[in-house]
Ligand binder design. Structure first.
Ligand code: COA
Ligand code: MG
Length: 294
């Protein structure tokens, strides 16, 4: 498992709402995404850029990662989004509706210019790509390999459903292929995968259940759109004490069996071999990252 930054909860808010950005800095979100895209009205993009600059310059974000979601390359807003906000040095940018490797590279080149201009380290501004169109899903392989700045792929179910003419349901089978494709492409190319938003923010049990499915599929975290969702997402994407203990026991038993020359062995009545050990090591890596074990 590649060692990624901890991104369990990725909280979005409209970039023109100082109140919400400020509120986010008091929450336990791992990542804060100040939005310039669909959360902001067309006639408020300029004001949102200024608000984000002020937030980056004046607020204490503590340990939280600070990302700006720009408008897509084809929107006509992208140049100003970057020109205005990048000099305040957020940790990185989120690219919506990513459809090709060129979409990522276009943003990356603009960031390279800003880094050079300010004397910042090369590739220090990071990128996260949202895949949320049919074409984006078809081009996952090239998107995932597009650029050294790219840390993570996010899966956007709402836009995808609109694009393919699907009707969103709680079970989510209409987006399951894409949801699975995103996490698989991310794993294949060493990226982190962040799951779709849960729009029904009053329904916390539903959110927890959807987090568990995402975790079982291999997702590292989930986007949040409301403060109430952050704690649940953090909890669901952190291994439980029982999971950690079991993983530690498995890894120890594996080591002992290896030393005595045995590959596969039985553990709690079930066959254990390398894939199971790798899964256990994955649990321990996540626990370490979340600060739950040394
Ligand atoms: N980030 C930070 N703070 C938020 C927030 C968010 N995403 N969503 C709500 N809050 C704050 C509100 O400001 C409010 O605090 P206040 O009373 O001190 O002002 C508190 O949390 C409770 O909010 P609530 O009244 O339950 O919600 P709302 O009706 O104000 O807002 C939404 C509902 C959906 C509009 C709001 O949650 C939101 O803007 N979500 C993000 C939307 C977005 O970014 N979409 C694009 C990306 S997918
Ligand atoms: Mg979207």
């Amino acid at each position: 498992m590649t060692n990624h930054k901890l991104r369990r909860s990725v909280l979005f808010m409209p970039g023109d709402s100082m109140r919400k950005i400020q509120k986010a800095t008091q929450l336990d979100a791992d990542t804060i995404v100040m939005d310039l895209e669909d959360g902001v009205a067309l006639n408020n993009k300029a004001a949102a850029r200024e608000t984000i600059v002020e937030a980056l310059r004046t607020l204490d974000f503590g340990r939280r990662e600070r990302l700006v979601r720009v408008n897509p390359p084809a929107s006509g807003f992208l140049d100003d989004d970057i020109a205005v906000t990048a000099p305040s040095q957020p940790d990185g940018f989120v690219i919506p509706k990513t459809e090709t490797a060129a979409d990522v590279q276009t943003v990356s080149r603009k960031l390279a210019a800003v880094e050079r201009e300010h004397g910042w380290a090369e590739n220090s501004l990071r990128l996260v790509a949202v895949v949320e169109t049919a074409l984006g899903v078809m081009n996952l392989k090239e998107i995932a390999q597009s650029d050294a700045r790219l840390d993570a792929l996010m899966f956007g179910a709402e836009d995808l459903a609109g694009d393919i003419g699907a009707v969103r349901t709680r079970a989510g089978w209409e987006v399951f292929f894409a949801r699975s494709a995103v996490v698989t492409a991310a794993a294949a190319y060493g990226l982190q995968a962040i799951d779709m938003i849960f729009v029904d923010f009053q329904n916390l049990d539903g959110l927890a259940e959807e987090c568990r499915t995402a975790r079982q599929m291999g997702y590292a975290g989930k986007m949040a759109i409301h403060p109430k969702q952050v704690e649940i997402i953090n909890r669901e994407f952190s291994p439980t004490p029982a999971e950690i203990e079991r993983a530690q026991k498995l890894v120890a038993a594996h080591r002992a069996h290896q030393q005595s020359g045995t590959g596969a062995f039985a553990f709690e009545g079930k066959m254990v071999d390398m894939p199971v050990i790798r899964a256990a090591e994955h649990v321990l890596a996540r626990a370490r990252q979340a600060g739950l074990i040394q």
